[in-house]
Design a protein around this ligand. Structure first.
Ligand code: PLP
Length: 378
């Protein structure tokens, strides 16, 4: 099977290496940036009576699904615990959901740019990813552009809200566009609740009953516990329960997450808000630094993200993306090149907004200096 038509397909083979430097603005793992849980905070809930028992359920035990539904309600995302299916990661859920919705040779619409999570899954399933444009400087769902991308074998449309990396989040108009498209909607909401604009974004869960729907989230971002390997999807099917049941049937084969982890899940979700708040404070401070840097460096443009853990920088086209990344690396700053997310057009790089504030500030100062020097030389 030919590889996917993606510029990032050659990642790690033909691209220059991008090793971490002193000012590493790519880190997002909570433990790496001082936002993780200590063993004292994280491990005691595992010593729960229920964790020693094994009661297999393809959807995950109901007590754990109820805890997830309670947690989602605190993020303005209401769903019935019965609609939820738990698995050891969103990739696992994406695979089961897409396997349910497609046959080999089909395709699904995915945002471009976007987080490169699905390439391998699509390849394994023998389906194609059909990109639809999400303009990084004015992101919204364009009904005509989406419709133009629908082909005879298009089986679903995928959205990421908050979007990684551009920070776009669904609005009510976007939900109408999705409802009118009429395709099953698979919404990745792992970054839900990390908003920089006032008010919560509407969840794709509002599409329940209108189109077949899967809305995903997980402990990695919800509670900053990526190592515990729990994710969830709320699945809704306006025509009955075939979608949810088929995902359940596939899950019955894999029966993913370990019992002690599922027993501890309710406690972790109850404790998650303080971890989330610490991360939000970090992001707010780094965003303020970013705004100040952009004001001081007119050659640099950074669209203000509405939500999420990332910011993108648009760089002057006097160098290409890899040359900019290399120039920053020479000043000991690591950033993620835009091509990894299939950005088109102007050179862009992606920064993590969750790195420690002193590292972010100094890294960004150096980036500003490099840009000034390069632009002045031209
Ligand atoms: C948009 C998006 N979806 C899904 C994931 C994977 O999440 P998990 O580790 O919970 O499977 C990531 C990881 O960063 C992500 O950025």
């Amino acid at each position: 099977m030919p590889f996917l038509p993606s510029r990032r397909a050659d990642f790690g083979t033909e691209r220059p290496p991008n090793p971490p430097r002193a000012f590493d603005l790519t880190r997002t793992l909570p433990d790496d940036v001082g936002l993780g849980w200590t063993a004292e905070e994280c491990l005691p809930p595992l010593l729960h009576e229920d964790g020693a028992r094994y009661t297999p359920d393809p959807f995950g035990p109901l007590h754990a699904r109820r805890a997830v539904a309670r947690f989602l309600a605190t993020l303005d995302a209401n769903c019935d615990p019965e609609s939820l299916v738990l698995a050891p990661g969103t990739s696992d859920l994406f695979a089961r959901i897409l396997e349910t919705l497609t046959d080999p040779g089909d395709d699904v619409l995915v945002p471009e740019p976007g987080y490169p999570l699905l390439d391998m899954i699509a390849r394994t399933l023998g389906i194609a990813l059909r990109p639809y444009p999400l303009c990084p400087d004015d992101p919204h769902l364009d009904a005509a552009a989406l419709r133009a991308r629908v082909g005879p074998r298009t089986r679903a449309v995928l959205v990421t809200s908050p979007h990684n990396p551009i920070g776009w989040r669904l609005g009510l108009d976007d939900l109408d566009v999705l409802a009118n498209l009429g395709l099953p909607v698979v919404a990745d909401e792992v970054f839900r609740g990390y908003d920089h604009l006032p008010g919560p974004a509407p969840s794709a869960l509002r599409l329940r009953g209108k189109v077949p729907l899967a809305v995903l989230g997980g402990l990695s971002k919800a509670a900053l516990l990526p190592g515990m390997k729990v994710a969830w999807a709320s699945i809704g099917d306006p025509d009955g329960t075939r979608f949810r049941d088929t995902v359940g049937l596939l899950s019955d084969t894999w029966l993913g997450t370990a019992s002690p982890v599922l027993a501890a899940l309710p406690r972790w979700l109850e404790d998650a808000p303080k971890k989330r708040d610490a991360l939000r404070r970090r992001v707010a401070e780094n965003l303020a630094t970013l705004r100040a840097t952009v004001i001081a460096c007119p050659a640099l443009t950074a669209p203000v993200p509405a939500s999420g853990w990332y910011a993108t920088l648009r760089l002057p086209a006097v160098l290409d993306e890899d040359a900019w990344v290399a120039a920053f690396a020479r000043e000991d700053v690591t950033v993620t090149p835009g091509w990894l997310f299939d950005f088109r057009g102007a050179p862009r790089v992606v920064l993590s907004l969750v790195v420690p504030t002193a590292i972010f500030a100094e890294g960004l100062r150096r980036i500003g200096e490099v840009i000034r020097t390069v632009v002045d030389r031209r």
